[in-house]
Design a protein. Structure first.
Length: 180
């Protein structure tokens, strides 16, 4: 199985390397783990988190094929409970093609000060190009950037990307460190 990370991650992965932070990077709703495993091949500590045990098994196989180790965390991020993410713990968080709005405050608390978030998911224009169609999984205009507007924005985009054609919002940002 080929390692096919998101282009947004390929373009910005070095931010994790430059940061003087400890702790792992968690790939939320990681599926087969392509994005997290890509970071692991760069020598970074990664946890792939997904609700699907089958997807995590495929991630484990892909990690083995790429001769890296990643943590595997079988978790339903949408279970009704307290914050599923350990607070002030992660040096980085990845979210691709996943939207569960109640998780946003948890993500903000889980990232260490100075930590990096890379987030890309679909907007309300996506049904023109394919799935998903459910508005619960589609961002409103400016919604993603609005959640992190008080963070240091490294990169942001909202519109249509090619290869494949899709309507997305993207943000790469750093959690502010009031002391640094």
């Amino acid at each position: 199985m080929d390692l096919l990370p998101a282009q947004l991650l390929v373009d910005h992965w070095s931010l994790f390397e430059k940061e003087n932070l400890s702790g792992p990077i968690v790939d939320l709703a990681s599926g087969d783990g392509h994005n997290g495993i890509f970071l692991a091949t760069k020598g970074l500590p990664v946890i792939c988190c997904d609700i699907s045990g089958q997807a995590l098994s495929r991630a484990e196989k892909l990690a083995s094929e790429n001769q890296v180790n990643v943590g595997l965390w079988h978790m339903d991020l949408e279970a009704e409970a307290a914050n599923p993410l350990q607070e002030d713990f992660y040096r980085g968080i990845l979210v691709f093609r996943y939207l569960y709005r109640p998780l946003i405050p948890c993500i903000k608390k889980a990232l260490k000060k100075g930590g990096i978030l890379i987030y890309e998911t679909f907007t309300i224009d996506q049904p023109k190009f394919g799935k998903p169609h459910n508005p619960n999984f589609l961002l409103e205009p400016g919604e993603l950037l609005g959640w992190f507007e008080d963070w240091e924005i490294v990169y942001e985009f909202e519109g249509v990307k090619r290869g494949p054609e899709r309507a997305v919002a993207q943000v790469v940002c750093r959690k502010p460190d009031p002391e640094g």
